[in-house]
Design a protein around this ligand. Structure first.
Ligand code: FAD
Ligand code: UDP
Length: 385
């Protein structure tokens, strides 16, 4: 094979490595992906009926405070000024998230000042001490009090994790912000926006270089095709961004993941819910949230005003044949991961990266940032940088 590097997986991690090796080092890269499109989970497509851009694997919002990553991604796309905000429908009333002074005042039909709201929540949260909270339920109650927990968190969390919140680790909820202002921006990062011409154009621009050859519909573990594990490892350096347990044929056991099911629908209205994401925390709804894609791009005048695309999101444990989305990270998973890390160290010139290759939830900017580091510290030097 005429390549200096094989990259398995065309998500943000794989494409960042490929782009750097091709452009910066002038070396030849073959990128394979078992799917029929580039881009991994960030891939988006125009809905055929409405032309509305749909994120096939779940809504993707780009945000970063990393200046190196921001400078890098702007080489391939410009960004709109989109700022993400989420609302939640509890008992037939819509509230802003993350929980903020607006949510609190609406929930208690009050006009508390920030100090008054702090005092009220502190009183309701007194049941548990944050530092010694033993599980997700205790931790959440210690942060926001029982009434808000039961309204917005308890049943949503049970739906999302299919586990009673008293059985879940407290850390899941540690990042739950509570703001005593009316600020309801979802992200705190310096930079935020959506790719002006869509995710797929951005991803294709990264792969658009004469030294990069992309082969789609190719599974690395299919020994009958020319760019397989059998034909490359030991022959040419490989950057592998598929699942680490699969690479070793599950020798140390399977790592557990949650997957999502998406139910997409075109509705005969110009606006279904007035915003891009509405959460459904109550147990009577089987889904966790509904996305309405037109609201990610209010600047696009080409979208029809009599049709809209929505997507309901359902969460469940992944079987081996499902798409893995979020690492579950039980104690058993962590032990297995350590065993797999030891195995990866024994693989000469195979570099494991990305969310599947490292069994880590990575936001896009983190996947890109860690690929840039791998290029700088490992892959680049190996290829003569
Ligand atoms: P992936 O995108 O998963 O790419 C891996 C690729 O490897 C895939 O294309 C796969 O087909 C391929 N592959 C796997 N095995 C093989 C094989 N055997 N042979 C050939 N190819 C193979 N990030 C944000 O910053 N903001 C968000 O709002 C956001 N929302 C998200 C919502 C959901 C539901 C999910 C799951 C993730 C979200 N992310 C978000 C994270 C984002 O998707 C990741 O940062 C990004 O996908 C990481 O890229 P990656 O290259 O590591 O992995
Ligand atoms: N969460 C919740 N209610 C909500 C939103 C989030 O209880 O309306 C909890 C839930 O336990 C979830 C965690 O907060 O797992 C993290 O939420 P986030 O929306 O960040 O999850 P993601 O987008 O990663 O699925």
């Amino acid at each position: 094979m005429d390549a200096d590097l094989v990259v398995v997986g065309s998500g943000f991690f794989g494409l960042t490595i490929a782009e750097r090796v091709a452009r910066e080092l002038g070396r030849k890269v073959v990128v394979i992906d078992r799917r029929d499109h580039v881009g991994g989970n960030a891939y988006s497509e125009d809905d055929p009926e409405t032309g509305i851009e749909v994120h096939r694997y779940g809504a993707h919002l780009f945000h970063t405070s990393n200046e190196t990553v921001w400078e890098y991604v702007n080489r391939f796309t410009t960004f709109t000024g989109y700022q993400h905000r989420v609302y939640t429908n509890h008992a037939g009333v819509v509230y802003p998230l993350p929980i903020n002074l607006g949510t609190i005042n609406q929930f208690f039909s009050a006009a508390y000042s920030p100090d008054e709201a702090r005092a009220v929540i502190a009183e309701q949260a007194g049941e548990f001490d944050t530092a010694s909270a033993a599980n997700l339920e205790e931790k959440a109650i210690s942060l926001i009090g029982r009434p808000l927990y039961e309204a917005f968190i308890r049943d949503y969390t049970a739906k999302q994790w299919q586990t009673d919140p008293t059985q879940l680790p407290a850390e899941i909820i540690t990042r739950l912000p509570v703001r005593y202002t009316y600020d309801n921006r979802y992200f705190n990062d310096t930079h935020e926006g959506l790719p002006t011409q869509g995710y797929t154009r951005w991803l294709e621009n990264m792969a658009d270089h004469p030294n990069i050859e992309v082969r789609l519909g190719v599974d690395f573990f299919d020994a009958d095709q020319p760019v397989s594990k059998a034909s490359t490892v030991g022959q040419v350096p490989v950057v592998y961004t598929g699942a680490v347990d699969r690479y070793f044929d599950y020798a140390e056991g399977e790592l557990s993941w949650r997957t999502l099911d998406f139910e997409r629908e075109v509705l005969p209205t110009g606006d279904f819910q007035g915003t891009s994401v509405m959460n459904y925390p109550d147990s009577q709804y089987p889904y966790t949230r509904i996305h309405e894609f037109r609201h990610f791009h209010p600047e696009r005048t080409s979208y029809p005003d009599d049709k809209t695309v929505i997507m309901r999101e359902f969460s469940r444990f992944a079987e081996r044949t499902d798409e893995p989305y979020y690492p579950v990270n039980t104690d058993a998973d962590r032990e297995r991961l350590l065993a797999y890390r030891t195995l990866t160290e024994g693989e000469q010139d195979v570099f494991f990266g990305g969310r599947l290759g490292t069994y880590q939830y990575l936001d896009m900017h983190m996947a890109i940032g860690s690929a840039l580091s791998m290029f700088r510290n490992q892959v680049g030097p190996l290829l003569g940088a």
